[in-house]
Design a binder for this molecule. Structure first.
Ligand SMILES: Nc1ncnc2c1ncn2[C@@H]1O[C@H](COP(=O)(O)OP(=O)(O)OP(=O)(O)O)[C@@H](O)[C@H]1O
Ligand SMILES: Nc1ncnc2c1ncn2[C@@H]1O[C@H](COP(=O)(O)OP(=O)(O)OP(=O)(O)O)[C@@H](O)[C@H]1O
Ligand SMILES: [Mg+2]
Ligand SMILES: [Mg+2]
Lengths: 227, 227
């Protein structure tokens, strides 16, 4: 993965907000990277560009040897469906689908181009995140941490090579959060590329390196968090 | 505040989910209480009953010498508007109102019964949470942590005697979270009653006591968190 001199701005009236300023970042296949930094520093924006959810104002985004920021909407959706699993900061579960249906959906979308829909795998992934007694509930009938775990299960549905997560333990207590951290380590040990945003020291220090952000720029230094 | 043998259940087909089971809890005026416990243990459900956002299946909820679970919708909304400030676990900012408008709204609602709308105070509260350079943005134009801080500012708009917050630092980095913790301490030192859910040890241990929940019940012991 190669982010080359990427900027993201938002124009509001006469003002221009800079979410990212000339950011460059290389991540090797199979690496585990944690992105840390203050609120508003550009972490989610960076993740959205890497996941192909948003496009940069200028610069280039290459993932898996392919340039993705110039792909058409259709090609980008197809690429995402098979290459990337994303856990959004606020989950974005489909409110009218049950827990199980939300996890089956990425499989159904991918089956349009040849994948298979596997209920057994969907159930197993939900069991792995401790949610198998809530399969037929709607997102509105779950607690905050339960929704977060369903969002994680959905990101794993197609067993993608790249896993991108934005504060995946933000709504979880220490014990439940510990379970989720173990899951990310297992994904990494299975050879997946894992890129996540976290402000939790435990999780940040499990990654192979840290990328520190401040006011839309990447800072020097990738050592463990100490405070 | 007095919660008396309160149960909350959800019936789904033949199954009944117990979110709270015969919970009793007393909180003195001016106390600072932190509610902790695993994901799905009933923390948000308890807070929603105390804040008058939801009603129990059985039991009684008394706040400030008044029984609130039997109030009419109108009376409950009026009571909430002047007595309680709530920071929801997922913010619930109004998407079509700007940051400043979201904070002015509780004042405007209260002015129906005699309060005043004070733009100066709204600006000051937003300054206090570090959001004064985003006043005219919509919630969709903010980062996760920025939205959380706007939700906190809104809860303080009417300077209520009771402040209820559900994971108020869940989306914040250590430094920004530290600022928010200081704000809760200031509210407590000013004589407000503060009841919040958190899984963050720092914040839980700043409270005067902790209430531990598990599977819808309150556990014994209110000492500091150690792990
Ligand atoms: N409308 C509903 N229908 C069925 N079950 C529900 C409903 N709302 C909540 N629940 C269940 O009640 C339990 C308690 O939920 P609550 O939101 O209080 O948990 P919590 O302690 O706040 O958890 P978290 O830390 O994950 O936010 C959960 O297991 C949840 O699935
Ligand atoms: N549509 C938009 N219009 C204007 N500004 C925006 C927009 N989207 C994001 N921003 C700004 O870009 C900056 C970076 O946002 P981003 O969501 O990447 O931050 P973050 O590091 O993820 O923060 P947090 O830890 O609070 O989630 C923020 O200051 C935000 O206000
Ligand atoms: Mg973010
Ligand atoms: Mg909750």
């Amino acid at each position: 993965m190669d982010i080359v001199a990427t900027t993201k701005t938002y124009v509001m009236g006469e003002r221009t907000f800079y979410a990212l300023r000339e950011v460059s970042l290389q991540v090797e296949h199979g690496e585990f990277v944690a992105v840390v930094g203050p609120s508003g520093s550009g972490k989610s924006t960076l993740l959205n560009l890497i996941a192909g959810i948003d496009r940069p104002t200028s610069g280039e985004v290459w993932v898996g040897g392919r340039r993705i920021d110039t792909l058409s909407e259709n090609a980008l959706a197809r690429w995402r469906g098979s290459q990337v699993g994303v856990v959004f900061q606020f989950f974005q579960l489909l409110p009218t689908l049950t827990v199980l249906e939300n996890v089956l959906l990425p499989m159904q979308l991918r089956s349009l181009w040849g994948g298979s829909v596997d209920r057994g795998r969907a159930g197993a992934v939900l069991e792995r995140v401790g949610m198998s007694s809530h399969l037929h509930k709607l997102p509105s009938e779950l607690s905050g941490g339960e929704r977060q775990r369903v969002a994680l299960a959905r990101a794993l549905a197609n067993d993608p090579p790249i896993l991108i997560a934005d504060e995946p333990t933000g709504n979880l207590d220490t014990a439940t959060g510990g379970d989720v951290i173990r899951l990310f380590r297992e994904q990494h040990e299975a050879g997946k590329t894992v890129i996540l945003v976290t402000h939790e020291r435990r999780l940040a220090n499990v990654a192979s390196r840290r990328v520190r952000m401040l006011d839309g720029r990447i800072q020097a230094g990738d050592g463990p968090l100490t405070e």
